[in-house]
Design a protein around this ligand. Structure first.
Ligand code: FAD
Length: 506
């Protein structure tokens, strides 16, 4: 006898930015949504980015006007939706006349300033460097300055997952979609996790598996991918902070690529990225020695303070899943997204697959993805996400004001900790510090400002399951934790998770 399985309107495979963005949009339009992620939320490309919400100045050279326009508009939309995790950032571009003439850059920046709506972000200008104070080499005397934004990429994913959940979406992590096939006008979706396997049904299936998008269609759905996929690795190095000031640098290299140097987490500078075709294991992407040399060379060509391999504290790498436009050069492949709908026969349950995309354009991608599903759900509500605040942005006058409020509530809280909380959680911080007046009420101290109250909140509200989830994606405390401190946190988590599962079984 056929067992009956819960039926959802939409099942989304993949808990990166595109999957959670689609889940939020669909749930807010009144659809019942289920999202599965095989690892942790944002554990792949969506936490390995350059962490910019940007129009993509360099894409103008590749005539990607649609993408740049959409991304420029989204900068201010996203800044308003999540001002605690997104901040404006000024970029300095040293002028290299032999690479691009000044008139070309001025024209590009004029287009950049005017192609999308810009209210909060300052416009561009030409600048002269003071040789005595500039961190750049003395021969770099002229340059340009313009605005984009920086984002905590992993938290952008988690906040979207929280919003989807609050709108009724069912979100499961550490759960892989092993296969799905059409049966009686629905998708029968097979899921597996550490506890076993189970099935659900869906009226529509969304494949937001990022770098696995084509593999998922071919291996898990046993179908033919509608587009070719180019997997392009990008890596970053993290070094101790190399210059004072809040500005980032955009460095032009002789190969016509650009590399960013970005202030990161107070103490560090983030340098990246690279572009090279990837064929390895998607679960284990690692920087190559050639990438390290490339990033150090581009940096050393521009800055007075020289860096060597020994200065690198950490590295990370991710894979872009780009729709194949047959470019010879990986850095020239389109960064725009393509949505592929398939329903071979009129009554088939639809499959929507996401190819490509940027963090910056995730909201528009999601809006467009759900619009593609509209013909299958006649009662669907209108698009709604443009003005909706992400969790933590509600009742947030400003992050600075929130920091003051936290410091007034907990008399002995270090300002650095109040600032970290305010930037990570916005007004949701009160979910775990409400009523607390002294630091010793925050529970077990794991070091570096991480206490049990925050850990409990991350487990209960943000799907954190392991120390890695907490230290690298919900926070960035992983840069400071020792192995012993990680072990202590792991022990606490295993007890907490055992208790939570007993509570839910009772
Ligand atoms: C080096 C680099 C720098 C970048 N910098 C920027 C930037 O500064 N700004 C910007 O806007 N964009 C940037 N991007 C692009 C941006 O990061 C990506 O477009 C975006 O993160 C892609 O998100 P995604 O959801 O498609 O993929 P992912 O984040 O990889 O999510 C896909 C998820 O699907 C899951 N999955 C796969 N198969 C299954 C299955 N069978 N069952 C369940 N789950 C499954 C995976 O575990 C994964 O978590 C950058 C990309 C790279 C690589």
């Amino acid at each position: 006898m056929q067992m009956s399985h819960p039926v959802y309107d939409v099942v989304v495979v993949g808990g990166g930015i595109n999957g959670v963005g689609i889940a939020v949009d669909a749930a807010g339009r009144g659809l019942s949504v289920f999202l599965c992620e095989k690892d942790d939320l944002a554990s792949h490309t969506s936490s390995a980015s350059s962490k910019l919400i940007h129009g993509g100045l360099r894409y103008l050279e590749h005539k990607e006007f649609r993408l740049v326009h959409e991304a420029l508009v989204e900068r201010e939309v996203l800044l308003a939706k999540a001002p605690h995790i997104i901040r404006p950032l000024r970029f300095i571009m040293p002028h290299q006349p032999y690479l691009r003439p000044a008139w070309l850059i001025r024209t590009g920046l004029f287009v950049y300033d005017h192609l999308g709506k810009r209210e909060k972000l300052a416009g561009s200008k030409q600048i002269t460097f003071d040789a005595a104070t500039s961190p750049l080499k003395e021969e770099l005397t002229q340059g340009f300055e313009y605005s984009d934004c920086a984002v905590d990429d992993a938290r952008l994913v988690v906040l979207n997952a929280m919003q989807a959940h609050e709108l009724g979406a069912h979100i499961v992590t550490q759960t892989r979609c092993s296969s799905a096939y059409r049966e009686n006008g629905l998708w029968l979706v097979h899921l597996e996790n550490a506890q076993g396997t189970y099935q659900i049904q869906a009226k529509a299936l969304v494949n937001a598996a990022g770098p696995w998008v084509a593999q998922f269609i071919q291996q898990n759905l046993k179908q033919k991918s509608p587009y070719g996929l180019r997997l392009v690795q990008g890596s970053h190095i993290i070094v101790p902070r190399i210059y004072e000031g809040d500005q980032a640098f955009i460095l032009q290299n002789d190969d016509r690529r650009i590399v960013f140097a970005i202030p990161y987490l107070e103490q560090y500078t983030l340098i990246g990225t690279t572009d090279h075709e990837y064929q390895g294991d998607l679960d284990r992407v690692k920087i190559t020695p050639a990438e390290i040399d490339y990033l150090l060379d581009v940096y050393n060509d521009h800055f007075k303070h020289q860096l060597g391999v020994e200065d690198i504290l950490w590295t990370y790498s991710g894979v872009r899943s780009l729709c194949d436009d047959e470019s010879d050069n990986p850095s020239a492949i389109t960064r725009d997204y393509t949505l592929a709908m398939s329903h071979e026969q009129k009554d088939d349950a639809p499959l929507l697959s996401v190819f490509g995309g940027k963090l910056t354009t995730y909201r528009k991608l999601a809006e467009s993805a759900v619009a593609h599903l509209q013909p299958f759900f006649s009662n669907m509500n209108k698009p709604w996400t443009e003005k909706a605040l992400l969790p933590g942005a509600e009742n947030l006058v400003s992050v600075e004001r929130l920091i003051q409020e936290i410091m007034q509530s907990i008399a002995d809280v270090p300002s650095q900790l109040a600032s970290r909380w305010a930037h990570a959680y916005g007004s949701r911080v009160w979910k775990f510090i409400s009523g607390i007046t002294a630091m010793d009420e925050l529970g077990e101290d794991f070091g570096h400002g991480l206490f049990a109250k925050e850990v409990d909140y991350l487990v209960d509200q943000e799907w954190a399951r392991t120390s890695q989830d907490i230290l690298w994606r919900r926070t960035k405390l992983g840069y400071q934790f020792s192995d012993d401190q990680i072990q202590l946190l792991d022990q606490y988590l295993s007890k907490l998770l055992a208790k939570r599962s007993q509570d839910s079984a009772a």
